[in-house]
Design a protein around this ligand. Sequence first.
Ligand code: CP3
Length: 352
Amino acid sequence: MSDSQPLLLRAARGESVERPPVWMMRQAGRYMKIYRDLRDRHPSFRERSENPDLSYEISMQPFTAFQPDGVILFSDILTPLPGMGINFDIVESKGPLIEDPIRNIQQVNDLRALEPKDSMPFVGEVLTRLRETVGNKAAVLGFVGAPWTLAAYVVEGKSSKNYSIIKAMAFQEPELLHKLLNHFANSIATYLRYQIDSGAQVVQMFDSWAGQLSPIDYDTFAAPYQRKVIELVKSTHPETPMILYISGSAGVLERMAQTGVDIVSLDWTVDMADGCNRLPKNVGIQGNVDPGILFGSPDAIRDRILDTVRKAQGRKHILNLGHGILPGTPEENAKVFFETGKNINNLLGKTN
Ligand code: CP3
């Protein structure tokens, strides 16, 4: 099968496939000892994600260890910000910090349109190298943060519990926020095109914090900008499957499918059978095993994967977690996850 297109790409395009492909959000990172060792030698997150040799090496760590069906670029949703004039850092145990949070119209007017070739050539280089290395053994995944989630970081200035600063902006100065969201939508579309041109075969948009919005506000501040990114990218790159992820999306699942995205990535708080029933048949589903299950026994992990895959049978399904793998997860349990996914036909046969 090695001369056919990668399984994940074929599945994402809606072809009928031999089994659901499997990868994991945050599959490169702190749960792996080899990553923690590299982090000790290179303590700066910006360096790890912006030095192409390091970003490439880290992207390859889970592929070498587990052979998942997808290899995701090691980077961050915040990585494009400096190219628009917003500086940031990611600080151990604090998370992302924005140097000069965006609070007024002057700052929004001063933002630059992203020119990824100039400001982030390392991303293109890494994606191209990943494609050369993995060939058809796996699909190379690119990703971006969606406008609402990027705005939440740059307005709040850091991770937030209740999003009061950006919500104050939304309800006091909506034009200001819309201007910011629109800027991000255009630049993020440009960035996705650059990732695809460089080698990304499937792309995922993370609107991680859009689940914090009431559905009526999701329709105003999140969905239109998700849709804009999707439409802009599809107008030039119609063949590239697009996945949309939101954390805490149960209240807006149907709305996610209406953005024009090909695949909705479900978190684990929705049962896979309910998720399938709530989404149109032509929309694929990714997910949605609770990352916490990976702290359980191998049998518990297998049972949950079987339950998830059975419930999604007959649908376009990509097996994944419902959010990123958690730091502290035993590596051998990550291995059980991938191995179970790849061996699913035998396991289904035994228990059907
Ligand atoms: O999936 C992958 O393997 C690719 C790597 C990846 C990272 N960040 C590396 C990273 C991806 C896809 C992201 C996306 C991202 N970044 C999102 C969307 C996904 C999600 O989780 O909802 C968000 C919201 C961010 C912002 C961000 N970056 C946060 C909140 C943090 C701190 C998290 C924490 O637990 O400390 C980061 C830092 C970050 N990005 C880490 C990694 C591996 C951890 C820091 C480190 O390894 O030193």
